[in-house]
Ligand binder design. Structure first.
Ligand code: UGA
Length: 439
């Protein structure tokens, strides 16, 4: 099938490449000429394992190309995926819908015949219906535009797998439309492999996405709240999480206590969800998400406090190495990164901070140019008086405590993600602090 994917950020670039991988003819569209040029040259402008290969393979096969021109998009296909960003609006909790609306305004007047727009962006409930009204107004005479919503659940770091073999496909449709038939053809391969397909109305599909992210954020903050109690009571949050996780109604996933969640999705999505609830007159329904957000932010403060305490209350002039600045491993994304937030706070409190991350440093430098970035882990550790493990990259989890001990000037580490083998590190002469545990 021929289709376009409008917006070639994380979601759109992945979706375009993966739809081509499923055998479709795909045109990726973005207003950012530099991004389109890179993609057309087979370069993924962010770190995502496996994606460069899929991109290159499909460009070479002639199934995938890119453009900045909406006219070309309108001529190319009758099915358009909308995958532009919905960032947090400046000075507000709400989502900024400028880019989503701009797609409708720019694309629809150029369309002819019968068209389907499948929304993938994470949007406040009610958006699809609003976009349908806009499209009806903007469509040239004789042109029809149907809007359906097909939320995306991909995780950074697993984006290709999550797109080609998703754990479910959700589609919000309108009565009498042909979106379901088209989507079944687009996703024929995963559907044949048994992926559940859930058809709903537009508003349910929109809410499924934000509810999923709100639940995940709540689960992380739940264990991090318990973590605060564990710290005072002298209990161990990792053993506690293992023990409650065996109950399959609870499950161990997303009970990783530590520095908490960040990234371009969870934080802004829970805030936009609260904002939308308020607009709908259901202010109280989601006030607990304020707590979820606050618990999450307190973990960052806690690590800074532990760092201060390790220097008898003052960070001034002390050499601190922060391992990791990406918001999670296998990503170069530093948006709302807990690791970078800690590194920045320590630096502002007077510490001499050195950061090392296998992939995230180029992006981190743009946000925090004043930190010292080391070229590799070994140079980052050299002479450090305190090490903080802030993003659980494999390289950091597998650090040899004896070899690391030879490099630093003081063997003290804060395990911000509860991933280190405490006994091994203690045996190698290190003292450890961890979140939710008394070591
Ligand atoms: C999240 C969702 O998991 C995806 O399903 C969704 O599609 C995506 O947002 C989105 O809305 O686009 P992602 O932001 O890639 O995906 O990252 P996650 O894997 O969910 O991790 C989010 C944060 O939670 C990270 O900072 C991670 O370090 C943290 N986390 C995760 C914990 O602190 N503890 C855990 O146990 C798990």
């Amino acid at each position: 099938m021929r289709m376009t994917v409008i917006g070639t950020g994380y979601l759109g670039a992945t979706h375009a490449a993966c739809m081509a991988e499923l055998g479709h003819e795909v045109l990726g569209v973005d207003v950012d000429a530099a991004k389109i040029e890179a993609l057309q040259a087979g370069k993924v402008p962010f770190f995502e394992p496996g994606l460069p290969e899929v991109l290159e393979r499909n460009i070479e096969a002639g199934r995938l190309s890119f453009t900045t021109e909406y006219t070309e998009a309108a001529e190319f296909a009758k099915v358009h995926f909308l995958g532009v960003g919905t960032p947090q609006r400046h000075g507000s909790y709400a989502a900024d819908m400028t880019y989503v609306k701009a797609v409708i305004t720019d694309l629809v007047p150029k369309l002819t015949g019968e068209n389907l727009i499948l929304g993938k962006s994470t949007v406040p409930v009610g958006t699809a219906a609003e976009l349908q009204d806009m499209a009806n107004e903007l469509a040239p005479a004789g042109t029809t535009v149907e809007i359906a919503w097909n939320p995306e659940f991909l995780r950074e770091g697993y984006a290709v797998k999550d797109t080609i073999t998703p754990d479910r496909i959700v589609l919000g449709v309108q009565d009498g439309g042909r979106a379901e038939e088209v989507a079944r053809e687009i996703y024929a391969q995963p559907l044949a492999g048994g992926t559940p397909f859930i058809t709903t109305d537009l508003q349910t599909a929109e809410l499924v996405k934000v509810s999923a992210n709100a639940f995940l954020a709540t689960k992380i903050s739940f264990i991090n709240a318990v973590s605060e109690i564990c710290e005072i009571a002298g209990a161990d949050v990792t053993q506690l999480a293992d023990a409650i996780g065996y109950d399959d109604r609870i499950g161990r996933k997303f009970l990783g206590a530590g520095l908490g969640f960040g990234g371009g999705c969870l934080p802004k999505d829970i805030r936009a969800f609260m904002a939308r609830a308020g607009e709908l007159g259901a202010d109280q329904a989601l006030t607990f998400l304020r707590e979820v957000d606050a618990i999450n932010m307190r973990r960052r403060d806690r690590v800074v406090d532990l760092a201060k305490a390790s220097f008898a209350g003052s960070l001034l002039g002390h050499r601190v190495t922060v391992l990791g600045c990406a918001f999670k491993p296998n990503s170069d994304d530093v948006r709302d990164s807990p690791a970078l937030s800690v590194a920045g706070s320590l630096s502002l409190a007077g510490a001499a901070v050195t950061v090392y991350d296998p992939e995230g440093m180029a992006n981190a430098k743009k946000v925090f140019p004043t930190l010292n970035y080391a070229p590799d882990c070994e140079s980052a550790l050299r002479d450090a008086e305190l090490v903080i493990l802030a993003t659980e990259w494999k390289e950091f989890k597998e650090l040899d405590p004896a070899a690391a001990g030879e490099l630093v000037s003081r063997r003290h580490i804060i395990d911000g993600r509860n991933v280190l083998d405490v006994e091994a590190w203690q045996t190698a002469g290190w003292t450890l602090d961890a979140l939710g545990r008394s070591l």
